[in-house]
Design a protein around this ligand. Sequence first.
Ligand code: X2X
Length: 333
Amino acid sequence: SRRGLLLGGTGLAVGFASPSILRAEPQFKMKFANIMPADHPLNVRMREASETILKGTDGRVDIQVFPNSQLGTDADMLSQLRSGALEFFASSGLIVATLVPVAAITGIGFAFSDYKQVWNAVDGPLGKHIVASFAKANIVAFDKMWDNGFRQTTSARSPIKTPDDLKGFKIRVPPSPLWTSLFKSLGASPTSIPWGETYSALQTKVADGLENPLAGIYFAKMYEVQKYLSETNHMWDGFWFLTNRRSFEGLSATDRDLIVATVNDAALKQRADVAALNNSLQGELAAKGLEFLKVDASAFRTKLQQSGFYGEWKSKYGEEAWSLLEAASGKLS
Ligand code: X2X
């Protein structure tokens, strides 16, 4: 019977008639949290994965999904993860770089020109290097990153066509030194705001612009508070799926293996979802009133080169990490 299976065949439950015992309480109630909207593929695929894990562990491991900054900002969740209050967390490599600096290297401006380069890097030697750095901080990073996307630049006021248009432009960036440095180097006035406060910051004009992948703009309805979208593709961004080593090692090796395999598989499906959205969302967003502008991205890249951005970050990351990046992206500096 299902009861016998879930209780591991101890036989203890046989005498109980209460229906509540028909389904054993999960032994491990765990939380997965992130800042993304509930219907973003990150959360859709993780809810699916969580069901697979519940079934695959005979009900032992129940991972509840908390989307949309429900458990706080990225910074809040990172400290919850470290203390063990939160078991699973997905976040941009650029943001968790406050703890593991090299995790931001994938967000170097204009490093990757397409997804082939991205996945070669993060599924390959650069990704392994970053995973090893997380391990030193007692955090297990699953080896398949999830996709956020190539980032575009939006404005509520005048359209951004050239780097000159960014001069003094108040743009919201996620809290992360690399993001601030990138937009300062481009001549803008970046202001760090957690994602959960971004919509209202744009609504109240604390910032005039935003930079984000199409999916983020769409699911968080940023088109309601932005007018123009410039296809700058200024960086690629992805999420690391992280767990606290101590909580994770509280599970059996069998359960851990199942979780890793299921979550990595979900990541690959999520990458395909985001790729499909990248192809379809322009039409949806234009229909919502966002005006798309093709820009000469190389002019932005040249501005970045001239500002000394690449040299500065290369010296921070060091030769080893930088050469792993350039092996995938081509020479940057
Ligand atoms: O905060 C953002 O802009 C977001 C949602 O794209 C990240 O995940 C970094």
